[in-house]
Design a protein around this ligand. Sequence first.
Ligand SMILES: CC(C)(COP(=O)(O)OP(=O)(O)OC[C@H]1O[C@@H](n2cnc3c(N)ncnc32)[C@H](O)[C@@H]1OP(=O)(O)O)[C@@H](O)C(=O)NCCC(=O)NCCS
Length: 268
Amino acid sequence: MRYSSPTIGPDVIDIWRWSLDVGMDDLPRYVTALSEGEFARASRFVHERDRLRFIVGRGKLREIIGRYLRVPARRLSFACNAFGKPRLAASRPPLHFNLSHTGGMAVLAVSDRYHVGIDIEKIVPLKEDVAGHFFSPSERLALRNVPPGGYLEAFYRCWTRKEAFVKAHGAGLSLPLEAFDVSIDSVGEPRLLRLEGDLEAPAQWRLLNLTLPAGFVGAIAALTADNDISLRYRADEAAEDVQEEMPLAARVLRGSPDNQLLNRASRM
Ligand SMILES: CC(C)(COP(=O)(O)OP(=O)(O)OC[C@H]1O[C@@H](n2cnc3c(N)ncnc32)[C@H](O)[C@@H]1OP(=O)(O)O)[C@@H](O)C(=O)NCCC(=O)NCCS
């Protein structure tokens, strides 16, 4: 499918944020947006809350991407790269996006220019030495110099910056977490400090902090060459949704008779 050209531009990355916990009234519109494959994935979640959150996450992602491309949400077609990163199946015009979710909240980064990755985490106490397992030697050293009261937030800054970079890079878990360093400071713009085998990388990549509700930390990474970018936080403009005549949610919902909540939605 050929899509309409989105217009975001070279200076900005759009950031969308929404709750994954919605009322039953809103559920059918997300269910009808899903593909058969996504619906099948939803039905494999063991816990109902996870299933509904996946539906709302993917359904809303489709709505938002559909708005940029002026295509109804359910007509979008997605594929994954070799490492599992989702992208639009049709590549022209390009529209890059990446999703992250945690604790009932989702964020989506969208750019019509740059490969992007986004990560958010809810700050919870750590039960083990996670940094020792996942961070590079210089990140571990930087973390050791953080005063004890600031450790947890510094840990999550490092974690989300690394994860955002991995997700933007596109190589998934095949990119060793020790092969690159990120800054962990709270002041100034975050930075990619090193990428093994690529001396130019620190100048090519931008990392930015996300502004999130208290208790959450997040970062975004984008391959912008040497362009400066800022983040544009988008409000939900539901009135702009691209609509088409859709079958009743019940048509799709029928595939999962054991799903209590979705069946309730189908009776609405
Ligand atoms: C799957 C992964 C991409 C992110 O997982 P995560 O942090 O648990 O989850 P997030 O909520 O941030 O992102 C999930 C979304 O990213 C997208 N995604 C999936 N695979 C991806 C990939 N290879 N690259 C980029 N994005 C990907 C999907 O949209 C996914 O949403 P979905 O689950 O609803 O389909 C992967 O990087 C991972 O497993 N990371 C953990 C590895 C690790 O040890 N990190 C330590 C960092 S210091």
